[in-house]
Design a protein around this ligand. Sequence first.
Ligand SMILES: *[C@@H]1O[C@H](CO)[C@@H](O)[C@H](O)[C@H]1NC(C)=O
Ligand SMILES: *[C@@H]1O[C@H](CO)[C@@H](O)[C@H](O)[C@H]1NC(C)=O
Ligand SMILES: *[C@@H]1O[C@H](CO)[C@@H](O)[C@H](O)[C@H]1NC(C)=O
Length: 292
Amino acid sequence: MLLGFLLLIFLIAFPALVVAVVAFTRIPGDDCALNVTTPVTQTAHAIHWDYSPEHGPEHWASLTPDYATCGSGKLQSPINLRTSVGPKYELGRTLKNISMNNFQDVSTLVKNSFSNLVTVVHNGHTVQTSGVKGYFQYDSTWFELLQFHFHTPSEHQLDDNLQQAEIHFVHKSQSNNYLVIGVFVETADENPEYFKELLADFPKSEEEAAAIVHFNYTQLLQDVVGDNANYWMYSGSFTTPNCQEGVTWIVMNKKVKMTAKDIGALRNAMGKNNRPIQPLNERTVHMKSLPI
Ligand SMILES: *[C@@H]1O[C@H](CO)[C@@H](O)[C@H](O)[C@H]1NC(C)=O
Ligand SMILES: *[C@@H]1O[C@H](CO)[C@@H](O)[C@H](O)[C@H]1NC(C)=O
Ligand SMILES: *[C@@H]1O[C@H](CO)[C@@H](O)[C@H](O)[C@H]1NC(C)=O
């Protein structure tokens, strides 16, 4: 009788125990429910691209449909620039004069010790500076300077030659039109005053914290723009994924100076981060004036 009772209890309890054990082991093993969100967060992050043989410029277009323009676009950047007139390279008689008057460095209006502090980050692709309170007016449209960043060697070529480095000043208008001012870098014995802190302190890798440095944008403009800048202008794209087109490019004729040591330091930190030149296709490159 007692044995029968225990057997009854066992028969009731055992399936309950099995159910309990299965239920318990299922909770931490419930990966499927957790993993439902995994692909969502992966697409929310940018697809990995770089300048390597595996994920470099030749592959950008096929990494994701979002980057298709990198392969199919007909107005891509960078391109080769020429110092003489020829087919597709014309003197742009209607191009506007660009002088210091076209720029506003609002930081110079703020009279305190933070007025020209900027933030420099290494974002895995480039060394990028934000926080310059700069504006540029071209053909009665004002563009806000969002950031500037470095490429080693240059992305644009000059008469088929790469330059040591190139800086891109990325601007956006209120109607979301992009304009990038490209400035080549040439070697000098000393860094200009405005670059000294930035080149001494910039983060050398993506893991390194952002640097906060003084940077006087007006002084850089005095070097590359001056009273009447000579420049190339053409219609192009971002030189990094998603390679968006509709970008107005202005590449300055005057270069900024940097020591060979610091151009080397930028290159060590960023690697070779220049996209190869792209076909001109139906485009014309305009030159402000000659000699350029
Ligand atoms: C869920 O994701 C984790 C972590 O990425 C992984 O270890 C696990 O195998 C995945 N489970 C399933 C069922 O895909
Ligand atoms: C542009 O600059 C040139 C050379 O300095 C000058 O001769 C010309 O008058 C300027 N044009 C305008 C519209 O300011
Ligand atoms: C930047 O340099 C210009 C020209 O030398 C100077 O007038 C200006 O006061 C400087 N700006 C700051 C914030 O120091």
